[in-house]
Design a protein around this ligand. Structure first.
Ligand code: SAH
Length: 346
């Protein structure tokens, strides 16, 4: 069977014309899927009967099953646990921001990176998500809300630069006007720093925002909390990020999880400020760690967090403390998936 979800207009036209149907039908099918959220070929009434029959016999639109849907008490964060055709599950999160709906997608089932603070990596990597499985996460929120999706952040489970082609294809499709028409400037990809692929991305010709999960002001601390720190030196990661900035002219975001007693001292704040101040226009996003019973890591006090922020800002860097959306529904970092698996095991 041919998977139609995740195909761009050109690819869909190829499928349709190969089956000897007129090319313009491809756009109609895309309209049904991405603008009207109709996934059942029988309900695509504008298509002639013979095409519908052919589609039913030869094609599928694999929309994942929604296992749980949770909404935070304030109504601003929603989280879906989705089950793929092979039974694997991923989480996807919607954040209603002032500027519009933002969807946080996963790029892999599990993750191989092993960062000590992150719940998505506890069981390692199961597999990469296919292009259509990444696109489907946005599609399902569109269908659920019947509202426009304003922006995408690739910050869910997985390391997107380890699933490079499928992730980039998904973003390109979401950008197409026949699909969601989301501007590249409204897309952010977060990586722990797979250096070679940051260089690839810089030449991709899609001006998305790059967010680097920095999380440490030096190699010693980075290696302690992120195994990838042993693979790539910070200097090399930052050189790649600088190239990305120079080639795309997109301002870079540095994410920095604050963990009490690990990377949140006054000295660490000075080190961080000195490290990033040479990045024109960069933005540092401080994220008080979202702890849970698995990881035994704790966020610093509000006072310490504020002091850390002020020191970094004194280096002339723009720095924000992330709003903690979604705590109430375990929206962060693989926690809902773990919770649901536990419930089902009981
Ligand atoms: N692999 C990519 C994308 C997934 S992780 C990356 O490393 O960037 C994306 C982000 O999830 C991290 O930067 C961090 O901001 C957040 N994150 C992971 N675990 C967290 C935790 N326990 N508390 C708060 N944020 C966390």
């Amino acid at each position: 069977m041919i998977e139609l979800l995740g195909k761009n207009l050109t690819e869909l036209q190829a499928v349709i014309t190969e089956a000897k149907f007129p090319r313009f039908r491809a756009k109609q099918i895309m309209d049904y899927i991405y603008k009207r959220y109709i996934f059942d070929f029988d309900a695509m009434q504008q298509l002639p009967g013979d095409l519908r029959e052919w589609l039913k016999a030869n094609c599928v639109i694999s929309v994942p099953k929604v296992i749980t849907e949770k909404t935070a008490p304030d109504g601003l964060t929603k989280k879906l646990l989705l089950e793929m055709a092979d039974g694997n599950r991923v989480e996807t999160v919607l954040m209603k921001q002032q500027y519009g709906n933002s969807v946080c997608v996963s790029s892999q089932v599990g993750c191989a990176m092993g960062c000590i603070f992150c719940a998505s990596t506890t069981d390692g990597l199961y597999r990469n998500l296919e292009t259509h499985e990444i696109v489907a996460q946005v599609l399902l929120f569109g269908a659920l809300l019947k509202e426009r999706i304003h922006s995408i952040v690739v910050m869910g489970a997985g390391e997107p630069l380890q699933n490079y082609t499928n992730t980039i294809n998904a973003l390109r499709l979401l950008h197409e006007k026949e699909a969601f028409d989301i501007g590249y400037r409204r897309m952010t990809l977060s990586t722990c720093g797979v250096v070679e692929n940051i260089y690839l991305l810089a030449d991709e010709g899609i001006p998305i925002t790059l967010a680097l999960s920095l999380h440490a002001p030096n190699d010693t601390i980075r290696r302690e909390i992120m195994p990838i720190g042993a693979h790539y030196a910070l200097a090399d990661v930052l050189a790649a990020v600088k190239t990305y900035y120079e080639k795309t002219d997109r301002r870079v975001t540095f994410e920095y999880i604050l963990i009490d007693g690990v990377n949140s001292s006054i000295d660490n704040a000075h080190e961080l400020g000195a490290l990033v101040k040479s990045f024109p226009n960069c933005n540092v996003n401080l994220i008080p760690v979202n702890g849970n019973e698995h990881i035994k890591l704790f966020k610093p006090s509000r006072r310490q967090t504020e002091a850390f922020r002020n020191i970094v800002a004194s280096y002339g860097v723009s720095v924000t403390v992330r709003k903690e959306m979604g705590d109430a529904i375990q929206a962060a970092c693989g926690q809902l998936k773990i919770q649901q698996a536990k419930k089902e095991a009981e």
